[in-house]
Write a protein that binds this ligand. Structure first.
Ligand code: SAM
Length: 241
């Protein structure tokens, strides 16, 4: 397991809260013991220098090779919170870099209203999933925004609209690949948009096509939003990793 520092500079770091308690009480960490610690966007070999009530301090050493995120941003229309939390955990494990929660026309009203208050909880879930899956970096979760403010972002990215439409190409075919791997330019960002339980409204389809998002399909079956998000990220992970 990798530990994610709360505070750090070039040579020192501090871990606090329940991960620090777990380290001390369950793993019986003592000064001098060595762990891998995520400090910002680097994973470092770290020696415990001091243990205090509620905090563990480290001296930072060499860099450790770590798994970085895939360049995938998921635009996720907010859906039922228990399912949304599950999707956040799973796409973090699979390596997505960022989630942009959006309020779509068909997002249920009570979910749209409560979603801002939920963001800290979503970030904590992403943080725990990153630790568990040994990622070197955290999945970022932006504040929820209306779709119209998001749809024009990242014009440089390959922007794919998950849609169960007959004319859509399959997601795997939207990325040309050669034997030995996908042929996207290195670090090409990919944005994927997954609609709410009721699907995208017609005026939202118009917004997407106005910004030249490419509709892509995951096959003939209608998937729940969380299944579509996870299937899309794992399809891309298989092509890009
Ligand atoms: N529009 C559907 C309806 O009313 O029957 C339901 C929407 S589905 C539950 C939620 C979202 O998952 C869709 O907006 C789409 O983004 C994605 N999705 C579901 N099945 C898909 C598939 N086969 N291919 C691509 N995307 C899919």
């Amino acid at each position: 397991r990798r530990w994610i520092a709360d505070q750090w500079d070039e040579s020192h770091a501090t871990l606090s809260g329940s991960p620090a308690m777990h380290l001390v009480r369950v793993l019986r960490a003592r000064p001098g013991m060595v762990f891998d610690l995520v400090a910002g966007d680097r994973v470092r070999r770290a020696v415990i220098s001091e243990i205090e009530e509620g905090a563990v301090r480290f001296l930072l050493g060499e860099d450790v090779e770590a798994e970085a995120a895939l360049p995938i941003t998921l635009v996720l229309a907010v859906f039922k919170f228990d399912r949304m939390e599950w999707a956040i955990e799973k796409v973090t494990e699979l390596g997505a870099a960022c989630i942009v929660p959006v309020i779509a026309r068909r997002t249920e009203k009570h979910l749209a209203q409560a979603s801002t208050a939920r963001v800290e909880r979503w970030r904590r879930i992403a943080r725990e999933a990153a630790q568990q899956s040994r990622r070197s970096d955290l999945l970022r979760i932006q504040d929820p925004a209306p779709l119209k403010d998001v749809v024009g972002q990242a014009p440089h990215a390959l922007r794919l609209l998950l849609a169960e439409r007959e004319r859509s190409v399959m997601l795997r075919d939207a990325i040309e690949y050669e034997e030995g791997g996908a042929s996207l330019p290195e670090d090409q960002e990919i944005w994927l948009a997954v609609g709410p339980e009721g699907g995208w409204a017609p005026e939202e389809d118009v917004l997407f096509s106005g910004e030249a998002w490419k509709p892509v399909s995951l096959g003939p079956r209608i998937l729940r939003a969380e299944t579509a998000a996870i299937a899309a990220v794992s399809t891309l992970a298989a092509l890009l990793d």
